[in-house]
Design a protein around this ligand. Structure first.
Ligand SMILES: Nc1ncnc2c1ncn2[C@@H]1O[C@H](COP(=O)(O)OP(=O)(O)OP(=O)(O)O)[C@@H](O)[C@H]1O
Ligand SMILES: [Mg+2]
Length: 320
């Protein structure tokens, strides 16, 4: 397996902005497909660069971009809107017009509360993770910059707590409402159970988060890789992010050091850069010693198209 990674059905690529996550995720996914694994590349990049890299337009629905390689680009905002629309629709089917306005207001409030988009994104991730080992042999996630990703991955815990809160609040509101209805209903002779689609939706989502959490904490199913460049800030950020993942019991499978100056790059300017870089590479070897590491050279041009990705694959094979 490329990068000496364990052959898990789910692989995440994370890291600071601009370090090469999309490039490496796309190269890894391409290689996986070329090895005969049905592979899905999932991008959450709002800049749509996975599509640019593969030179095909990607959308919200998965599509086959090359033989055996499928891809999808997810927009967190659109995911959140879709989820809210779905819950509202469910409410409309059962709620009495009397309470509809009130419940819709409650749902709109949930949409604008912090974490709503992350939750929707995670929900979609969870759905796609379930296809790994089924529809696809491997699902490769190209994630947004570190802070966000780590938050997202540790979210099943965070989110469960958030949802637990919403669920218990909802239960309280309901039992008050039920008491009131029972009194009123008893008088009218119509006491009984009323469906609660909001509670149902929350509980379903809660169950999906629990399942996702189990998948990302299982090293047999999920490998998380960090991409970084040999520079101060990416090293700092990666150390922090790796520690945060470990704390949420998500194992880090590998670290990819991208854009390492190639030995044949010459000149006084590059010599100085290389000296500095050597120190950072030492730092990486020391501070991230716990993880397998592989280096990818800085190429003489941007990585573009399948040919560009093949160069990256070759470098990963050499570096392993
Ligand atoms: N080893 C390399 N040599 C030369 N260019 C590279 C290398 N790796 C990546 N690039 C180029 O650097 C740019 C940024 O890479 P990429 O889009 O993969 O980063 P990213 O981490 O996904 O960024 P973002 O955080 O914005 O999503 C791209 O133009 C890519 O072609
Ligand atoms: Mg990217």
């Amino acid at each position: 397996m490329l990068l000496n990674l364990p052959a898990t059905p789910i692989v995440f690529f994370g890291g600071k902005g601009g370090v090469g996550k999309t490039t490496l995720a796309a190269a890894f996914a391409l290689h996986s497909a070329e090895q005969g694994a049905r592979t899905l590349l999932v991008s959450t990049d709002p800049a749509h660069s996975a599509g640019d890299m593969l030179e095909v337009p990607l959308g919200d629905e998965t599509s086959e971009v090359l033989p055996g390689l499928h891809a999808v680009e997810i927009d967190p905002e659109a995911e959140a809107e879709r989820y809210i629309a779905d819950v509202k629709e469910r409410v409309r089917q059962v709620a009495s017009p009397r309470i509809l306005d009130e419940v819709e207001r409650e749902i709109d409030l949930a949409r604008s509360s912090p974490g709503a988009e992350e939750a929707a994104l995670l929900d979609r991730f969870a759905e796609l993770m379930r296809t790994a080992g089924g529809t696809y042999d491997r699902v490769v996630f190209d994630t947004a910059p570190t802070g966000h990703t780590v938050r997202l991955l540790s979210l099943p815990e965070l989110m469960s707590r958030w949802i637990d809160g919403l669920v218990s609040r909802r239960r309280k509101v309901r039992s008050l409402g039920r008491m009131w209805r029972n009194v009123a209903g008893a008088a009218a002779g119509t006491a009984g159970r009323e469906e609660d689609p909001v509670l149902d939706a929350l509980e379903e989502r809660q169950a999906r988060f629990r399942a996702a959490r189990e998948i990302v904490t299982d090293p047999k199913r999920t490998a998380f890789t960090f991409v970084l460049t040999p520079e101060r800030l990416p090293i700092l950020e990666t150390r922090k992010a790796a520690a945060a993942l470990e704390r949420s019991r998500i194992p880090v499978a590998a670290v990819i050091v991208n854009r390492v100056l190639p030995p044949d790059a010459r000149g006084a300017f590059l010599t100085r850069r290389r000296e500095r870089e050597a120190r950072y590479l030492d730092d990486i070897d020391r501070e991230l010693a716990a993880y397998p590491r592989v280096r990818v050279p800085l190429f003489d041009s941007d990585v573009q198209g399948v040919e560009g990705l093949r160069r990256v694959i070759a470098a990963l094979e050499d570096g392993a």
